[in-house]
Design a protein around this ligand. Structure first.
Ligand SMILES: Cc1ccc(CCc2c3nc[nH]c3cc3c(=O)[nH]c(N)nc23)cc1
Ligand SMILES: [Zn+2]
Length: 374
């Protein structure tokens, strides 16, 4: 009987790890890419598409689902898994990041964060306890603590004070949910901005609280690749060796490979679905912008090395036509392919670590996508 939270490392290649994380809805082979399903759906693709593409886990959002349709409603409908017909693992974010990135009016205090709904401007309040209660209603397998993701360029003094509060909030989240209750896991989130010493301070404080995993927050907030990699390379290897490490909101294919090389196990990013909707497609030979005229009469598959539904059934000419005609099918086929690309990248990484060839895999993609893939 698998114990939710058990994390078994099978192989290492430098700092990269090949592991298995056990959850109440099944096991996750890491490194893993997690498609983002903010409002209870991964935009334009269904659960069957995701399964066929090899998705092991998807992400949901406390902020959005609390505001609409309501976490209590989802609970009454049997929880998020049943609501969206996804019976594999789900990770939910705590909503803190979304409040800061989506709500215009908000006030942060020791108690929590007050904000106005992006839907109708109504006033709401998230305490750490409330953020956990919502995630319990949703029934996610991995819950994130309520944290403050300080913006890029926040001054050192504010960043230092903010990480202290984020730790106090993390403690309050842990106090309202016994480890492993209902099979739900809880991850702490490291903040500290772009200061290595503050990052170590945040990590050190969080290590005093028993979490089943630890996330790196506060990155992918508009910083340079250099700044992201500097913090990633510093804190990744310092995180608990025996627990899963999740890098929030990252990133391009090269960012993900950089993260894996720094010892990170789990990744999420909106790039695959967001870029799909503007015609930017990731392939084994680099980025393809499907709206370009050169594809008008191109009968070839989008990516000859891709096994996804889109690449097995449609030509570039057809995908370009759908995009130009703004056909809804364009969003589905483009999103499905991009998700399949990121899932395949993670699968290749798992295989490469097992074979001690991760450095070669990273060099291969560097030759195609450059050093940071932007
Ligand atoms: C559905 C869903 C969407 C998005 C996310 C991750 C959202 C996200 C970040 N995205 C980019 N950078 C990010 C930083 C943080 C962060 O510091 N803390 C939290 N809680 N989330 C972050 C999780 C779940
Ligand atoms: Zn494809």
């Amino acid at each position: 009987m698998p114990v939710p939270g058990r994390f078994t490392i099978h192989a290492r290649d430098g700092k990269a790890r090949r592991a298995t994380l056990h959850t109440a809805h099944g096991e996750i082979q890491t490194p893993v890419f997690m498609p983002v399903g903010t409002q209870g759906s991964v935009k334009a693709v269904g659960p069957d598409d995701l399964l066929q593409a090899g998705s092991q886990i998807i992400l949901g959002n406390t902020y959005h689902l609390y505001l609409r349709p309501g976490d209590e409603l989802v609970a009454r409908r049997g929880g998020l898994h049943r609501f969206m017909s996804w019976d594999k693992p789900i990770l939910t974010d705590s909503g803190g990041f979304q409040v800061f990135s989506l709500s215009t009016i908000r006030k942060i205090s020791e108690k929590g964060v007050e904000f106005r709904s992006y839907l109708d401007g109504s006033k709401h309040f998230f305490s750490p306890e409330k953020a956990i209660s919502i995630q319990q209603n949703l029934g996610s397998d991995i819950m994130m603590v309520l944290d403050e993701c300080v913006g890029y360029g926040a001054d050192r003094e504010y960043t230092a004070r903010s990480l202290e509060r984020t730790t106090r909030w993390a403690r309050r989240c842990r106090e309202v949910h016994t480890p492993g209750a209902d099979g739900q896991l809880m991850f702490g989130i490291i903040q500290g901005g772009f200061h290595e010493d503050l990052r170590e301070e945040s990590l050190g404080q969080l290590l005093e609280i028993p979490f089943e995993g630890y996330a790196i927050g506060g990155l992918s907030v508009g910083e340079s690749t250099e700044d992201m990699y500097r913090i990633l390379n510093h804190i990744g290897p310092r995180m608990p060796e025996e627990k899963p490490r999740y890098l929030m909101g990252v990133g391009t294919p090269m960012d993900i490979l950089e993260g894996i090389e720094s010892g990170v196990d789990m990744f999420d990013c909106v790039l695959p679905t967001r870029n799909a909707r503007n015609g930017t497609l990731f392939t084994s030979q680099g980025k393809v912008n499907i709206k370009r005229a050169e594809f008008r009469e191109d009968d070839g598959p989008l990516d000859p090395n891709c096994q996804c539904y889109t690449c097995r059934n449609f030509s570039r000419a057809y995908l370009r036509h759908l995009y130009t005609a703004r056909e809804i099918l364009s969003y589905r086929l483009n999103s499905l392919h991009n998700i399949a690309f990121f899932l395949e990248l993670a699968r290749q990484a798992r295989e490469a670590i097992e074979g001690g060839r991760f450095a070669e895999l990273k060099a291969h993609y560097q030759g195609i996508y450059g050093t940071d893939g932007r």
